[in-house]
Write a new protein. Sequence first.
Length: 108
Amino acid sequence: MKIFVAGLPYDLDDAELEEIFEKFGKVISAKVAMDRETGKSKGFGFVDMPNSIEAKDAIESMNDISLGKKPLVVKEAEERNAAARPGMNRSPNTNGGYNKPGFNNDRN
């Protein structure tokens, strides 16, 4: 089960995130999201645990506790697909939605 973790301290790395969740069971991977330009943490990450019972226990135990200044938000990660991302679900001929009737596109 893939777990989303937000509210992480900005100095926390992948190994520390993995160590925190290993207390609940086996961890396949733990990854803190990093900004590509600055190389700094974005304050959230993902943990992948193979056992859903252990993962749910980790979610219940870790949600709303503080590792730093703010409480963590820990929940099951939602599946990511192209349609869910902004700007990725337009039909090829929509011109960003400007060819709707009555939007001055029907003038000759």
